[in-house]
Ligand binder design. Sequence first.
Ligand code: TGC
Length: 386
Amino acid sequence: MEPSLSAGDFYLLEDEWTAEQRGVAERVRAFIDAEVMPYAGEWHERAVFPRELIPRIAGLDLLDRLAHNAIDPISYGLAMRELERGSSALRSLMSVQGGLVIFPIMAFGSDEQKARWLGPLGRLDAIGCFALTEPAFGSNPAGMTTRAERVPGGFRIHGHKRWATNGTIAQVAVVWAKWDGKVCGFLIETDRRGFQPRPIHNKWSFRASESSELILENVEVPESALLPGAQSLGAAIACLNQARYSIVWGVVGAAAACIEETLAYLKARPQFDGKPLAGHQLIQHRFAWMTAELTGMQLLAKRLGDLKAAGRLKAAQVSLAKMNNCRKAIEIARACRELLGANGIVNDYHVGRRMLDLETVITYEGTEHIHALVVGQELTGLKAFS
Ligand code: TGC
């Protein structure tokens, strides 16, 4: 019997997209199939980020449209889904550039900062990074020790940041520092004296991503580096919300790709009585479970996109979706790894790489526990962080 429904679109959600949204998804998918899938395993193995791909990604015209408020949340989400189907490192490049650099400039920047940076960042002629987390302050950025002090003509910034994606290739950094006890955002060119980016090596997850440490040793910046609208921790967290939104969609792509690859393998692999493994009951039960979970993830992402488009999205709704979709995606990836047997641990298949990358995705931009507590606070009115 020829199947008429696929795990990736069991409830025909693709029918819901407009021609424009479908076009964005198809364009990104074609790019991923041609330029990413043949090489992603090698990038992971060699632990390199494919910098040469940046102009080709720019050609997809996603961030330029974001920087001009000219892409709707569903199109953007679908693009993130397709990017992460190929590689979490590529989706991360775009989430950081879009949600954590372009967004804060649009939302909190001066006219001068907008005029200087939005064009180059949107075209990926300039790369940006986001420096919030510190070695000792991840889930609790309010405890940051990075400080800004007034000097004639500007500020002097001193501190140590960690886990900034793109830090080693960035021309500009959105740096969060306390000035007079208040968390403020600064837009800092990375060639300033005292600004020292360092790659983080020895990762077994996000190996193809430019994860970086940033040392700011008395970096002096002009007055105009201050993001005028970003003078509270809430501004930094509002940026994280944007990146979390793109993760909600991205992990749908990673999970769907795991299921697709595993199903193709099990349909082609006979075992025991010569029947394909996919024809055995235990295996089919797992595919039914994975399809149910993936469908839930897709529906959540779509609803989030609709709420965002309507201007009704609440932070706790983003948190619940980030928590749920990352957990389900990693469970699906782990199940697929098991179903592939020994082949699940070799880089000839993409599932193992995706599973490892999802360990980062479930952790960064707010751990599962933090998002559970954000939802808990929304439901109870009681704050359980401390
Ligand atoms: P709290 O007092 O609750 O809030 C402080 C201010 O923030 C506002 N706020 C939010 N605003 C928008 N969206 C949200 N989701 C918000 N959550 C809180 C809040 O209204 C308040 O504003 P205001 O104006 O009253 O001051 O803050 P808290 O210190 O108790 O912490 C709350 C908590 C734990 C939820 C927050 O700290 C948090 O989200 N922690 C997780 C941080 C996180 O996700 N870190 C990982 C970042 S990923 C990374 O470091 C790498 S960067 C990305 C990359 O390069 O790959």
